[in-house]
Design a protein around this ligand. Structure first.
Ligand code: ADP
Ligand code: MG
Length: 367
């Protein structure tokens, strides 16, 4: 099988109210596939990064000479949700229909636009709902004799516990969360996770709403912010081509990661012990896995990839360096006050783009 590198996109959002009130300067510029970031305390050193896609969604407003925010000309530079879907979502959909596994990860500091890009708010539907709509549309209009089944799961990883966001009644939730198990063929999976067969995108939308509600209640219950947890949606697509006697199966992983800003507070072993719990062990390990895989791609000798050290990296093992076509969207605040975080996000994204996967069509005779 050929090698597929992880595709990386970056997206910069508009100023939020807090940034506007603080009179923030925009430190990010984009041109074609390059993103440049300027250190606000050092005018000499802009850094430039190149990714597969760069989305200027800094919208409508720019600061005029007298310090006022005025509409940007031309406003049409704004990369909207539809634009991002056509580049990233459509490819995932096409891959899944061909029988490839696909993964989409959103990485960035809290408030930088991960959920906006993945799920969306109100009429600004993000990648996941649009992907589901187009998936059902494609299945309805296809002319061949394939039969399809779609299963939807939604879980949260918080403090290394797996919470099923679709399980009914939080009272039945096992203490300590669901178990992650490993099987030779299947790899890592969550035991007892609810898989809901879906017939329409309206049904998926309803499940997503239910899952999001559970996530909010669960995090209030645990006195945690959802910015510290990872949300993972798995869409399983099974296509049976009865004439050819072939079945194709693909898993689509859609991941809204915890805010990246906490990662460094768990930097050293000592800090980690001090925290008592490893709230972000999964994010730290994700960083380590990505760094190791980037080293492998650079030809360095790597003894082992630490997938087993966290729940998130177990569940994403095939997405990272394995049998999946994977895309990361790294989201950025435009503001000078977020320079350090944005710089760290860009460095992370740069390592991620080196990763080589080997995706194959998952097909076999229909049983
Ligand atoms: P995160 O999930 O990374 O914590 P959100 O996606 O919730 O952040 O975004 C924070 C705020 O910024 C939200 O109010 C959202 O509507 C707004 N926002 C984020 N990205 C964009 C964008 N590309 N265009 C317009 N508004 C955005
Ligand atoms: Mg969010």
């Amino acid at each position: 099988p050929g090698k597929d590198s992880v595709k990386v996109a970056v997206r910069v959002r508009p100023f939020n109210k807090r940034e506007r009130d603080a009179g923030s300067q925009c430190v990010i510029t984009m041109s074609s596939t390059t993103t440049t970031i300027q250190d606000p305390r050092n005018q000499q050193s802009p850094r430039t990064f190149t990714f597969d896609y760069a989305y200027w969604s800094h919208s409508g407003f720019t600061r005029s000479k007298d310090g006022l925010y005025v509409p940007e000309e031309p406003a049409s530079r704004y990369a909207d949700q539809g634009h991002v879907f056509l580049d990233l979502g459509q490819g995932i959909l096409d891959n899944a229909l061909q029988g490839y596994n696909a993964t989409l990860l959103a990485y960035g500091q809290t408030g930088s636009g991960k959920s906006y890009s993945m799920v969306g708010y109100g009429p600004n539907k993000g990648l996941v709902p649009t992907l589901c709509e187009r998936l059902f549309q494609a299945l309805r209009t296809n002319q061949d004799s394939r039969q399809c089944q779609i299963f939807f799961s939604m879980l949260e990883i918080y403090n290394e516990q797996v919470i099923d966001l679709l399980s009914r009644g939080s009272g039945s939730r096992p203490p300590g969360g669901l178990k992650v198990r490993e099987e030779q063929q299947r790899g890592f999976y969550v035991e007892g996770l609810r898989r809901v067969p879906c017939e329409s995108s309206a049904q998926v939308a309803q499940l997503m709403e239910q899952g999001t509600r559970t996530r909010t209640t669960a995090s209030t219950h645990m006195n945690a912010s959802s910015s510290r947890s990872h949300m993972l949606i798995v869409l399983q697509l099974k296509q049976i081509f009865s004439k050819e006697n072939i079945t194709k199966q693909s898993n689509i992983n859609l991941v809204d990661l915890a805010g990246s800003e906490r990662q460094r507070s768990l930097g050293s072993e000592a800090d980690r012990l001090k925290e008592g719990t490893a709230i972000n062990l999964s994010l730290t390990t994700l960083g380590n896995v990505i760094s190791s895989l980037a080293d492998v791609a650079l030809g360095k000798r790597v003894v082992h990839i630490p997938y087993r050290y966290s729940v998130l990296t177990k569940l994403l093992q095939s997405a990272l360096g394995g049998n999946s076509r994977t895309i990361m969207i790294a989201t950025l605040s435009p503001a000078d006050i977020c320079y350090e975080e944005s710089m760290s996000t860009l460095r992370f994204a740069e390592r991620a783009k080196r990763i080589q996967n080997r995706a194959v069509v998952n097909e076999g005779p229909t049983e």
